[in-house]
Write a protein that binds this ligand. Sequence first.
Ligand SMILES: *[C@@H]1O[C@H](CO)[C@@H](O)[C@H](O)[C@H]1NC(C)=O
Ligand SMILES: *[C@@H]1O[C@H](CO)[C@@H](O)[C@H](O)[C@H]1NC(C)=O
Length: 344
Amino acid sequence: MSLPIMHSVAAMVFAATYFTCTSAVFHTQRQAVHKKLQYLLEPPVYAEVTARRGENVTLPCVLQTKPPRYKVKWTKLEPLHRGVENIVLITNGQAHKGYGLLGPRVSLRRAHPLDASLRISNLELEDDSKYRCELINGIVDESVTLTLRIEGIVFPYQSPNGRYKLNYQEAKEACQAQDATLATYKQLYRAWTEGLDWCNAGWLIDGTVHYPILHPRAHCGGETLLPGIRSYGPKDKTQDYFDAFCFTSITAGYVFFIGGHLNFTEALRVCREKGAELARVGQLYSAWRFRGLDRCDGGWLYDGSVRFPITTPRERCGGLSEPGVRNFGFPEKTQGLYGAYCYR
Ligand SMILES: *[C@@H]1O[C@H](CO)[C@@H](O)[C@H](O)[C@H]1NC(C)=O
Ligand SMILES: *[C@@H]1O[C@H](CO)[C@@H](O)[C@H](O)[C@H]1NC(C)=O
C-alpha cells in the first residue's frame, strides 16, 4: 500500500500532543505456554516488569523443584543479532557469572534456594527488552519469557536543518545527543495509545519508518484510514532521510528555567553560571512528563531549539488544548528573545 506524500507542517508553534486516556487498555503480555513446565514456575501477572531509568529491578524466575544438576541461563532477546544469543548471566545453582554489556549490572536475587530471579541495577534505556530465563537439566530445557519495560516518553525529533534530513545513523545520534535512544515500535505504539499524534515520519531503532495518527486527516495519510501507526516499513539506512522518534525516561538531575531576553550564547552562559548546562530536548520532555514542569516561556535548549513545557493548557500559552512540549523550532541564535532551560 502506498501512502500519499505528507505535507510539511506550516504552523510556527507545533507540538507533540499527549493526553491521558484513562480508559486505555494495556494487555499484560503473557507468554503462550505450549509445553507444560516441569521445573520452572510460570511467571504470575508480572510477566511484564516496569521501571524507570536509574532504578533497580528484579525479573522473577523461580524453580518449582530443584533437579540435582542444572544451569539457569538468562538471555536478552532484543535487539536480535542474527542468531547470536545475547547471554546475560549463567548460574549452576552455586556460582554465577554475568556476560556482555549487561554483565557488570546483573546479579541473582537468591531470596531462597529456588530463586533464580535476575536483578538488574541502574537501569538504562537500552535495557527495555524481553528476557528469557532458561533451565537446562541434561536433555530437559525449558524457559519462561518476561518483558522489562522502561517507563518513559517518546518524542519526535527533527534536524536543525529541517524536515526529513536524517538518515538512520544520524537519527540515532540525534536521539543520543538529546539524552534519548531511537524508540522501539512498542514504545511508539504505546505513546500512540497515550495520545501521540504526529504527522511526520521518523526512524525507529529497527530501521523502519512510521508515524502515529490518532485523528485521521487529509494531509496525514488520508481521512479514510483508521487511526493507527502509519508504516513505511524498513527503509534504506544510508540513502533515506526522515525525522526520528526518540525515547527517554526519568533523569537523575532536574530542569529549571532562567528568564530574560537572551541570545543563544547568553543562554549557554547563564546556565553555566548556575553550575548547569542548557537542557537537552529529552531532558525537557522528561521534566515535563515525570516532574510536571509547566512554564509558559520559550527557552533555549542545547541543540539551539526553543521550546516550553505545558502540563496545564491555557489560552494564553500557545492556545493548544492538550498538554505538551511546545516547539518554536530553531530560531536565529542572535535573537535575544527567550529564556533558558538549564539541566543540573
Ligand atoms: C541499586 O543497586 C545498587 C547495587 O547493586 C545499589 O548500590 C543502589 O543503591 C541501588 N539503587 C537503588 C535506587 O535502590
Ligand atoms: C549575544 O549577546 C551578547 C550581549 O548582549 C553579545 O555580546 C553577543 O555578541 C551576542 N551573541 C550573538 C551570537 O548574537
